[in-house]
Write a protein that binds this ligand. Structure first.
Ligand code: ZN
Ligand code: ZN
Length: 321
């Protein structure tokens, strides 16, 4: 099989594409190369594309041991940081992540323990799962924390760090102001076969996600480069923000409708109802992601004064108007 190590999609920006991971699409790592310096955004899963980064950098005539200025992790999920440890050992480059996601970089097992709502069967099956959320790597210490508003430099390029915190508490995106390219991690478009599909972990926030989408849509980004599947480089950037927002609003509406129909409902009942209605844009392959996302969405609706927690995980609608 002939494999291209990397593809230059915008001058100075290369994508290293990993294997196809079903509903997640292709897992992508990005390289920003300027004046013989390289910044890596999301070293990807342990294995593929993680293991392919070194070769890609060599193929571009650069030295992985001396030319990497940083390994940025948009957030701490296994499909984004799994390759970080190995890549750091090869390059000695600093790993950068936001403080609030550092804990799952240090203790990857906590992704399953703390960041997803899993029953015993789901926990077991996720441990065996060979998908992109597999935790098959050891924890590592971050070297630098990503901070909102700060710039990261690679050659003469500077990237602005924007903390979004919707998909996970520590999620950040990076904006390359000169190329008008936005590296969106999983905040925009994390289920690419329908950009309305999304998931959040228990540390995430629907309110933060909607606020972030609003902010990001006003940056003037011309290229939206998500960590899953296809980079959007043909002027359809705004459409991506709108689609993700549609997905969030739609899920909120659906949850409110089902709670109203049942009068009182718990998360399991809502997940059941949502799965019955096949038209709803939700991740179908991993029920744990849906349960967690519904839970976090309920917390957002509670904050908005639209639902009330009756205790023991039972929710009811607060009268309209
Ligand atoms: Zn993620
Ligand atoms: Zn991801």
């Amino acid at each position: 099989m002939i494999e291209m190590a990397s593809t230059e999609i915008i001058p100075g920006i290369h994508v290293v594409r990993g294997r196809f991971a079903g509903e997640f699409g292709f897992i992508a790592s990005y390289l920003i190369i300027d004046e013989d310096e390289v910044l890596v955004i999301d070293p990807g899963t342990a294995g593929d594309p993680g293991n392919r980064l070194e070769k890609s950098i060599k193929n571009l005539g650069l030295d992985p041991k001396t030319d990497i200025v940083g390994i940025v992790c948009t957030h701490g999920h296994p499909d984004h940081v799994g390759g970080a440890g190995r890549f750091k050992r090869v390059t000695n480059a600093p790993i950068m992540i936001h403080r609030e996601d550092a804990e799952i970089l240090q203790k990857p097992g906590d992704f399953l323990n703390n960041r997803l709502i899993l029953n015993r069967a789901q926990r077991f099956s996720m441990k065996l799962d060979k998908g992109p959320l597999r935790v098959n790597f050891r924890g590592i210490e971050p070297d630098e924390f990503l901070e909102h508003g700060k710039d990261i430099h690679v050659g003469s390029t500077s990237l602005k760090v924007i903390h979004t915190g919707g998909h996970s508490a520590g999620h950040c995106v990076l904006f390359d102001t000169s190329r008008k390219a936005l590296f969106t991690g999983d905040e925009v478009n994390n289920f690419p076969n329908d950009p309305r599909k999304f998931y959040v972990d228990t540390s995430g926030s629907i309110v933060a996600k909607l606020t972030a989408l609003e902010t990001l849509s006003k940056l003037g980004a011309e290229h939206v480069l998500p960590s899953h599947d296809t980079p959007h480089i043909y002027g359809d950037a705004l459409l991506q923000f709108e689609s993700v927002r549609d997905g969030v609003i739609h899920l909120q509406d659906i949850i409110l409708t089902y709670i109203e129909a049942r009068e009182e409902a718990d998360v399991e009942q809502l997940v059941f109802d949502i799965r019955q209605a096949r038209s709803v844009p939700i991740p179908q392959s991993l029920e744990a992601l849906l349960t967690t996302t519904v839970h976090v969405t309920l917390l957002g609706l509670k904050e908005a004064g639209l639902v009330r927690d009756l205790g023991k995980g039972v929710w009811t609608r607060i009268g309209e108007g």
